[in-house]
Design a binder for this molecule. Structure first.
Ligand code: ATP
Ligand code: MG
Length: 289
């Protein structure tokens, strides 16, 4: 399983949403990271064939994206704005979607639905109305429906937004299990979501791919750029104008800072080991990986 994206561009009117994207993705979990409006949903919808690209070449598993029917057979998709037949029960909703996907006969359909609901831990909720599910349960149902056609490529757009920490971790683990024998592309603006699940990531910013590669290489690229220092409150403005402050914590008259700087920003500064969050900030501020 392999996705190859070459020179992909897409505009909405005059607004360039994706500019000259080149990216290869192979088996496992791939994280797509970027702030609001970066182009994550646009890229994902193009891969699902729901949105047309303006230019570029995309191949999925050796098949051209233009062969829509064959591509769709490969793909499961959980959109960012996911809503589903809220007056149906969990089972009825799955059954309806399975029917639409031409999965039959009844016995096989029933078996498949139960298998998937078991995987996403919703088998206790067969009769619960969709509208009565919690946000996390709805996302899990969303994954179950995206897996109905046993996709080789699963695309999930910001699946962890609005989930509590426990549910987020459960959801991440679920996706990681699925990614063992397929590609899972996960978009998020929460760095932590990909830190523990994705080996490889792409970072989009204003329609451009500003990083692609291994998480560990991104971390390595920000070595030497992250510093901590405890300064007097009065110095804060001066520091702010000369470096990028990642975080600040008040400690009496002092402020403890974490900042980005190409070299030691002040005598009392100490180099810190970058976290993924730091490395992400570094890239977003124009650091080169
Ligand atoms: N249908 C549309 N018509 C016009 N502009 C659009 C449309 N959809 C997206 N855009 C613009 O394209 C850019 C990329 O949007 P996109 O939804 O792909 O970003 P995103 O990374 O998914 O953001 P978010 O994190 O908020 O979901 C944004 O500037 C957005 O305003
Ligand atoms: Mg989006």
């Amino acid at each position: 399983m392999e996705i190859s994206i070459k020179n992909l561009s897409k505009s909405y009117g005059k607004k360039a949403a994706l500019q000259d994207i080149n990216l290869d993705i192979s088996k496992g979990m791939f994280g797509l990271l970027g702030p609001n409006g970066a182009g994550k949903t646009t890229l994902m919808r193009i891969l699902t064939t729901l949105l047309r690209k303006d230019s570029g070449q995309i191949m999925i598993n050796g098949i051209k994206l233009e062969e829509t029917a064959r591509i769709r057979e490969l793909i499961g998709y959980l959109p960012q704005e996911f809503s589903m037949y809220s007056n149906l029960s969990v089972y009825e909703a799955m059954d309806y979607l399975a029917l639409l996907s031409n999965i039959g006969p009844v016995k096989l359909r029933n078996q498949l639905i139960m298998e998937l609901l078991h995987k996403v831990n919703l088998e206790q909720n067969l009769k619960t109305k969709v509208k009565a599910l919690s946000g996390g349960m709805k996302r899990r149902l969303g994954i179950a429906q995206a897996l109905l056609n046993n996709p080789k490529l699963l695309i999930v757009d910001e699946p962890t937004a609005g989930l509590d920490p426990e549910e987020r971790i459960r959801f991440r683990n679920l996706l990681r299990d699925f990614s063992e024998d397929r590609i899972v592309i996960l978009s998020t603006h929460i760095v932590e979501d990909i830190e523990f699940t994705c080996e490889n990531i792409g970072i989009l910013n204003q329609g451009r791919l500003v990083y692609k590669g291994a998480v560990k290489d991104l971390l390595a690229s920000s070595e030497g750029a992250v510093w901590t220092a405890s300064i007097d409150r009065g110095q804060l403005d001066e520091v702010r104008s000369s470096s990028t402050i990642i975080s600040s914590v008040s400690e009496g008259d002092k402020v403890k800072l974490k900042l980005l700087a190409g070299e030691k920003p002040m005598p009392e500064a100490e180099e810190a080991r970058p976290t993924l969050e730091d490395a992400y900030m570094h890239i977003m501020k124009g650091g080169v990986a």
